[in-house]
Design a protein around this ligand. Sequence first.
Ligand code: PMP
Length: 541
Amino acid sequence: MNKEDFPLLHEHPNLVYLDNSATTQKPLSVINALVDFYKNTNSNVHRGIHFLSQKATMEYQKAHEAVADFIGAEAEEIVFTSGTTQSLNLIARMLGRKLREDDEIVLTEMEHHSNIIPWQQIAKEKKCGLKYIPLTSGYTLDMKEARQMINSKTRIVAVTHVSNVLGTINPVRELASLAHDVGALLIVDGAQSAPHLKINVKDLGCDFFAFSGHKMCGPTGIGVLYGKKGLLQNLDPVEFGGGMIKEVTKWHATWADLPAKFEAGTPNIAGAVGLRAAIDYLNNIGMEKIQEQGRELMAYALQKLSLLPKVRIIGPVIANERIPVFSFTVDKMHPHDVGDFLDKHNIAVRAGHHCAMPLMKTLGINGTVRASFYFYNTLEDVDKLISALHNLLNSKMENVSLRNVDKNQIVFGELTEKQEIYKENVLDHYKEPRNKGILKEYTHSCREVNPVCGDVVTLYLNVENEKIQNVSFMGNGCVISQASLSLLTEEMKGKPVQMVQNFTLNKIFSLLGIPISHTRYTCAFLSLKAVHGALKNGLRN
Ligand code: PMP
């Protein structure tokens, strides 16, 4: 449904786009609103007395109003930011100023890095406690623990409304009353809920609510921080400059009214206009309908996915506790390899830790494959995903990950004869990696992490007489990372240190001999980073 409204989906009818939690596609009405703004209204806001500036200011104000209506707030309570990440950073810095030593901040184990790191920084700065509400075995929040954890020391409870990994919908109302009962504030990361659920911040009872335009059909670079008016009025800004002041002297400044006080500098006016168009688009369909459609897709996908052998769904299996975002793992296969295989079948998913490394650690995995649906996805899209996964399960690793891609066309070509030979070699090194293990004696070592998927590798070197006498590595990973490590360690044995230090990524590419997609560069690079790191650091770990 609605696919025809989305030019990219229309242009690529064979593409099954299931990476909506990362960002959604944009309908023509949003694209047109951006073009129209730049063609007919472009001007700065607030500052000009001329006609165009007044028109732009009006459009910008209308965007605040549209967002306010969309989440049941008032226009003054809507601060435009660049996205959820900036919203959460802002609120953490503003509230952080008020915290004292031994105050406590409570998060959950399913937070996105955007709702962890800003609080971690504050906790370190102010010497505050940082606690995490754990998960139940059903991938929901352990509310029994939450009731214990939120106590008289708690000043801030910051939770995601919906997990971007598990799809779990958290009981925000209950968390709000737990927080308020002890005089704490509730901050909600709504990045994944605003696109899927009808939001009313007053009903939710939260004090602050953050979300991004680009995950709900709007443009990138525009997001929202909602705050209760009374609270926003009592907070001081942390970003300063034009547009946010009432009066400035050489030694002092006073702040503009809400929400301008928190919007320093020229804002993303076009983004705000685009976000308003996205909200109009969503409202035309109706958020209730979007939610209902999501439930239908979810029930269907859950049933189909749960029937697949070797596929483990990481998230609740009860449809009304979640949104249609499915993380899963495939037995004995790295998420990157699964993601690449699906890509070959024109199915766009995400693979890795999804910016939730602490959650991955809790779950005891490095990453998952994530198929995230939106209202324009169909039951047929689910069928295509399931059928591709069937193919994957029936295939040997031969089909995984290695193929020629013309990125401009989004088509996949065959490998050349020579590349086929290299492919066999790569698979051989993946299945039976050389030099795996820990050297009994080593002079250098280095631990490296692939920031994309969280894979960890440790490299051991024995260097004598300026030569690499021996080398080994530990750690698991995808086809590309394991084969690169195996090939590179073979290549460097017996070579002078100086020569190895001069190896570049091209060395890995030539050892692999097959084309790899851009996202896999980090997998290939991991081996080289570990080698360079070990030679630079000397004996470590
Ligand atoms: N929180 C959650 C739950 C998310 O899913 C995301 C995006 N993946 C973010 C925060 C960050 O959003 P943005 O990158 O738009 O700032």
